[in-house]
Design a protein around this ligand. Structure first.
Ligand code: PAF
Length: 510
């Protein structure tokens, strides 16, 4: 494809009409640096879509006239950088193109108060309204499939995600983690204004944030005053330094596993922002749902795609049931059960087919625990209070440092109530019965007719949802996905996108 430079709205509308491929859109204000290069090249490597970079210094988002006048303009170099790093087209509109005078069709947007009044919004009145207005205008002209943005401007990212939801725009936001320079400071077009001494100060500021992140992993708490004291001792002028919930931008709560430490400082005439995510443990995804909802298949694929540990809690209940059956233990007697808990070890190990094997006391039970015999007692055994208490504790131990996706029936409500993403996967009884019947792994079930299978499923649902301890219910903050009519890959993609939307990419960097 020929690389093109498009300069007017008329041209972009024409170009758009004649393109029959999806578009990745990378909006910029020019003066491109390695952060922008990473955005352009990530988009290029993600998919075969056409990559369109826009370069437009949006006057509406500058609250300070001097800042606008001084904003670095390096258009020839930007064109070279864009094309040599994967842009197929560059859109360089003028002010009149984006904001034609007397055009009543231009929608001037307001950013949501809850998100725009915190952090940078405190001192940059109207800034986020300007960002929303220009991005909305560009998205309407370009109609991309994907919008690529940097996490460096985390607040902007949240506000634009909100805009897309509110305006029901059909575009997916893809983000990349903050890109840092050799000395640790975040890449920004405004860095060119920094003197040597100012750069030293911002380096100190960024390294304090990175240090706080490291300490938080050990200590699980943060002392903002101490950081402020250290910055003040270096005569760094702090505009704000806040510890917040990463999505609501309200004060961080004790139970927040991932939180945001964000600050803005002034160095001479330049204002710089930086942030880090503080993490008590790596993220956890909880996937709950009834039998036959596709939970296991989907959870395994998600674990593989996101490189997370896969925890099949159902297999743990089955493994315990297997031992009870094998040793002929009277599980109704509490003492007998407590004796098993003392000795049992249930361990998951990856096998050569990149699947997981389940071991009970070093004996591989992967296949045996799927038998109809085990299926017929597991629901009973898993409704025993002591059993649940014991296995929930074991599951929490496995999830202590996070980085896992767990499937079961009480993950989001009981085992990991603070999981970062909770999914409730379900499907109609008809669909689930059909899936069970054609499940290659459940040979016993293939013999049973569809109506009987439906009755089995209804009975199991009833037992699971009505048991006294940890019944199968959707956690209030879980996202329900009804899988009827969706392929497995479509469901996996949905969960993958929800994860990317909730979990900052930066948390994946060790
Ligand atoms: O982040 C930026 O560079 C700008 O705010 C954006 C998104 C290009 C809108 O002008």
């Amino acid at each position: 494809m020929n690389k093109v430079i498009i300069r007017t709205t008329e041209e972009i509308e024409n170009w758009r009409r004649n393109i029959n491929s999806e578009i990745n859109f990378i909006p910029t204000m020019g003066n491109l640096h390695n952060g922008h290069i990473k955005l352009i090249s990530t988009a290029k490597n993600d998919n075969p879509n056409i990559n369109l970079v826009s370069i437009f210094i949006n006057p509406l988002q500058f609250d300070n006239k001097l800042d606008l006048e001084n904003y670095p303009k390096t258009i020839d170099n930007d064109i070279k950088i864009s094309f040599s790093n994967g842009a197929d087209a560059i859109f360089i509109p003028s002010n009149e193109d984006i904001y034609p005078p007397n055009n009543k069709n231009i929608k001037f947007l307001k950013a949501p108060i809850e998100l725009s009044s915190a952090l940078c919004g405190l001192n940059r009145i109207g800034h986020f309204d300007g960002v929303c207005t220009v991005v909305y205008r560009l998205l309407n002209l370009i109609k991309p499939k994907n919008l690529y943005l940097g996490e460096k401007d985390w607040q902007q990212l949240l506000i634009l995600k909100n805009l897309i939801l509110k305006e029901k725009l059909n575009v997916a936001i893809k983000s990349i983690p903050t890109q840092r320079d050799f000395d640790g400071i975040p890449l920004s077009s405004r860095n060119v204004h920094l003197s040597k001494n100012e750069r030293k100060l911002i380096r100190f500021f960024s390294s304090e944030l990175l240090e706080a992140k490291k300490n938080f992993q050990q200590e699980k708490n943060i002392n903002l005053n101490e950081i402020i004291k250290k910055l003040s001792a270096k005569k760094i002028s702090i505009e704000y330094l806040e510890h917040l919930h990463p999505h609501t931008l309200q004060k961080a709560r004790l139970e927040d596993n991932i939180s945001l430490l964000a600050g803005a400082i002034r160095c001479g005439k330049t204002r710089l922002i930086d942030h880090v995510f503080l993490m008590k443990r790596r993220p956890i995804i909880a996937i709950d749902g009834p039998a036959g909802s596709g939970k296991s298949t989907v959870t395994k694929l998600i674990a593989k795609k996101l490189k997370l540990l896969y925890l099949d809690t159902g297999a743990m209940y089955r493994a315990l049931s297997w031992l009870i059956l094998k040793e002929n233990i009277d599980y109704k007697k509490e003492k007998k059960l407590l004796n098993i808990f003392k000795d049992i070890s249930i361990v998951f190990k990856s096998n050569t087919n990149s699947h997981q094997d389940v071991y009970v006391n070093n004996y591989c039970v992967t296949e045996e625990i799927r038998s109809q015999k085990i299926s017929s007692i597991v629901s009973k055994i898993s409704s025993i209070k002591e059993v649940r208490k014991f296995l929930v504790e074991e599951q929490r131990k496995i999830g202590e440092s996070g980085g896992l996706v767990a499937e079961g029936r009480d993950i989001g409500t009981t085992v990991f109530p603070h999981a970062e993403l909770k999914i409730f996967l379900t499907a109609s009884i008809d669909e689930r019965a059909k899936r069970r019947k054609f499940d290659k792994n459940s040979k016993d079930l293939q013999e049973i007719d569809l109506n009987t299978l439906k009755e089995f499923i209804k009975k199991r649902d009833f037992e699971d949802s009505n048991r006294e301890i940890s019944p199968l219910i959707k956690a209030s903050d879980a996202i329900e996905i009804i899988t009827d009519g969706y392929t497995i890959n479509e469901v996996v993609d949905k969960i993958f996108n929800l994860y990317n939307d909730k979990i900052p990419k930066e948390t994946e960097i060790k």
